[in-house]
Ligand binder design. Structure first.
Ligand SMILES: Cc1ncc(COP(=O)(O)O)c(C=O)c1O
Length: 458
């Protein structure tokens, strides 16, 4: 059998950091706890190896609030959390709601419905912008993307889509077709036909391309593409690339929406990582003032402890009752719904939207200050409690080597986060993080930047 390795050809992935750097190998070799070493070896022996997930670096034993507690003894502030932790890990009210649900109804077979799933749908519709009032639940984000794409095909009768290069919408075959990451696409072709891509509206300065490519970020290019190509059923995108945390240009989405309508295409927003509070709004689209035809949410929807996603759609699209759109076994999960309802209650009770705005501004100020005191920091940006720090080398290009070293220092000193695009420190703490934790995280980052040097011109 022949096997091919594509990951090695790709040095930077917008979706996350690749676990292949030499210091990660070194750290693993230095781990002294025998049980940790054994479990990591078992993990490598038993699970299929895949980029971005293996090799694993430590074993998480416990997670609560902002903290991850590892078997090796490491305690880490979790600014990564795969963006499921709006309310922090194992929020007591969410855990309690799930425990209560376990005592009543744990699964709902198809053909029946259940009270808690209906309550969740009602609650989601209440917080969603109008006219999004039709809900479909699914067990995971990629499945919800799949449902949204199929709904768009069925409603418009068109199969072609437009999405952004470097985007990520999930790891299933349809999701990677609209996604724009080579790491996921290479070797998996042929992908869905008609999945067209354009450059996203903004990228960090170190990722800018030639003037010809930069010009294609303008909505006029989209208008041209839709007109010349014809038959586009939907444009699917994150309202902003969450890991870069950069607001799109003013009016970008309003213009895109007008163009979509002009050409008969639906607008689908993928808000998986930023829905339910992270931007300081229930949904990021409220912050940019554009309501899509279909809004896809997930990740933290399950309260950080249950896989759950959903599409929220304009009721005018509720016309495909003749076909099965999301025929998933765990569709109206009572447990997932109980977790989601409890999360929504926590967001309201703890005023997490306000906290995301206030603490996001404080963290942005602190990071901006770091940017002024250290060399090699390009852009610092943030939307609510989703923030990003760009590391650039002496020529202004991505300083991927230093980003890797900074992450290493931070992990050793108690802070975990993700690196996007090779050089963007992507920071997403729980929305109820304490001021003391925010200060510790800033101090750890400050120290890591002091102890690592900007990479010289190559
Ligand atoms: C923007 C975006 N869309 C979709 C997904 C896919 O969600 P899931 O991993 O639950 O399938 C992700 C996951 O990281 C994501 O970041």
């Amino acid at each position: 059998m022949t096997t091919r390795s594509h990951a090695s050809a790709i040095d930077a992935c917008a979706e996350g950091d690749i676990n292949l750097s030499s210091w990660r190998k070194q750290r693993m070799e230095q781990l002294s706890d025998p049980e940790t070493r054994w479990l990591l070896a078992e993990d490598a022996r038993l699970f299929m190896h895949q980029s971005l997930s293996t090799p694993c670096m430590d074993v998480v034993e416990k997670a609560s609030g902002t903290m991850l507690q590892c078997l090796s003894g490491a305690r880490l502030l979790d600014f990564h959390g795969n963006n499921v932790h709006q309310a922090g890990h194992a929020h007591p009210a969410i855990v309690q709601a799930v425990k209560l649900q376990l005592d009543t109804l744990t699964f709902c077979p198809r053909r029946f419905t259940n009270r808690v799933a209906i309550d969740l749908a009602r609650r989601l519709v209440r917080v969603a912008p109008e006219p999004l009032s039709k809900v479909l639940l699914a067990p995971g984000g990629s499945e919800a993307i799949s449902m949204a794409l199929r709904l768009a095909r069925l409603v418009t009768g068109r199969y072609k889509t437009v999405s952004f290069w470097d985007s990520f919408h999930g790891a299933t075959l349809d999701a990677i077709a609209v996604g724009g990451e080579r790491l996921f696409r290479d070797g998996s072709e042929p992908l869905l036909p008609g999945a067209l891509h354009i450059p996203p509206p903004v990228v960090p300065p170190s990722h800018r391309e030639s003037p010809a490519v930069e010009a294609m970020r303008d909505p006029d290019h989209l208008d041209y593409l839709m007109r010349r190509e014809g038959g586009i059923g939907a444009l699917i995108a994150e309202p902003f690339r969450y890991s870069f945390a950069m607001p799109p240009p003013r009016d970008y989405w309003a213009q895109v929406q007008r163009i979509c309508r002009k050409h008969g295409a639906l607008l689908i927003f993928d808000e998986m990582p930023v829905c339910l509070g992270r931007t300081g709004h229930w949904f990021a689209c409220e912050g940019i003032g554009v309501t899509p035809d279909i809004l896809v949410i997930g990740k933290g929807l399950g309260g950080g402890l249950f896989p759950l996603s959903a599409i929220l759609a304009d009721p005018a699209l509720d016309v495909v009752g003749h076909t099965a759109l999301g025929h998933f076994t765990h569709e109206k999960s009572p447990i997932g719904s109980a977790a989601a309802l409890a999360l929504i209650q926590v967001i309201e009770d703890e005023q997490l939207l306000l906290q995301a705005r206030d603490k996001g501004q404080r963290l942005l100020d602190a990071l901006t200050d770091l940017g002024q005191r250290h060399t090699g920091i390009g852009m610092v940006s943030g939307i609510g409690l989703q923030l990003a720090v760009e590391l650039v080398n002496t020529t202004g290009r991505p300083d991927t080597r230093r980003a890797d070293r900074v992450l290493d220092h931070c992990l050793q000193n108690g802070l975990s986060f993700k690196i996007a695009g090779g050089n963007i420190l992507s920071l997403a703490p729980p929305l109820n993080i304490t001021d003391t934790e925010l200060t510790s995280a800033t101090r750890i980052l400050d120290q890591a930047l002091r102890e690592t040097n900007i990479t010289g011109e190559k």
